[in-house]
Design a protein around this ligand. Structure first.
Ligand code: GRF
Length: 235
């Protein structure tokens, strides 16, 4: 049976390793989404060349080319419209989006953040985690809401913090988890296995501890989706 894939545009500002993880995952024949475009607000974002090399439409829409932040955002949204997207994935996109933009994409735009939200919103998460003395750290994929890093949580992966960790070693461990978590979360969203229920995300899946000592939650292989429970929520 031919699956109908959701069309995904990825917004980036930098190296694009999470974007690459999404592109790689979407190559699987049964993946329910395809990456149809990558847009960066910075012309020098390394991810643009990577996307282009994959044959994906990749364009820079620079804020310096526009008179105001509103005009820039409108140009980004126009580009998304021209490509034609069902879903937006933010992957290291460093510009804050306006509440109007966010509301237009409610339930259809997700972001990955390098901490176990709601802890450590914002920048420099690895440094702040080390300073805090936390023994676990991780990453979160969440729906985007107008509050930065504040939207309903879809999935999280936790990793241990080691005594010998520095910012780089901790960042590398979390990034590895990000590259597994983001495709998983996109899959769940594109398959309709999670629904936005006000401030929370509804699903009936439970997590797992895997061989890399990551806790992945939810894990779609662990429990069948309770379709009736999901039917009560509208995205
Ligand atoms: C990632 O750590 C992501 O969680 C954060 O920005 C970083 C982007 O890295 N939002 P990359 O461009 O995906 O490599």
């Amino acid at each position: 049976m031919k699956i109908v894939r959701k069309r995904v545009v990825v917004l980036i500002s930098g190296r694009g390793s999470n974007m690459q993880a999404l592109i790689a995952a979407a190559k699987a024949p049964d993946f329910p989404a395809e990456i149809v475009g990558v847009i960066s607000d910075r012309a020098n974002a390394g991810g643009l060349a990577l996307a282009h090399a994959e044959g994906i439409k990749a364009l820079a829409v620079k804020s310096s080319d526009f008179a105001s932040g509103e005009d820039h955002e409108a140009a980004i949204e126009r580009a998304i419209g021209e490509i034609g997207a069902d879903l937006i994935c933010l992957a290291g996109y460093m510009k804050l989006l306006s509440a109007e933009f966010v509301h237009r994409w409610t339930g259809r735009m997700i972001n990955i953040h390098p901490s176990l939200l709601p802890l450590f919103k914002g920048l420099d998460t690895h440094r702040r985690v080390l300073q805090s003395g936390m023994r676990v750290h991780g990453c979160t994929v969440h729906f985007v809401s107008p509050e930065m890093d504040g939207g309903p949580i879809i999935a999280q992966a936790a990793v241990p913090v080691a005594n010998h960790d520095n910012e780089d070693s901790l960042a590398a461990r979390v990034l590895k988890a990000e590259h597994r978590l983001y495709p998983l979360a996109l899959r769940l969203l594109a398959e309709g296995k999670i629904k936005l229920d006000g401030e929370r995300v509804a699903n009936s899946l439970i997590g797992q501890v895997d061989d890399d000592q990551m806790i992945l939650s939810p894990d779609p292989s662990k429990e069948p989706v309770d379709v009736e429970a999901l039917a009560r929520f509208t995205p």
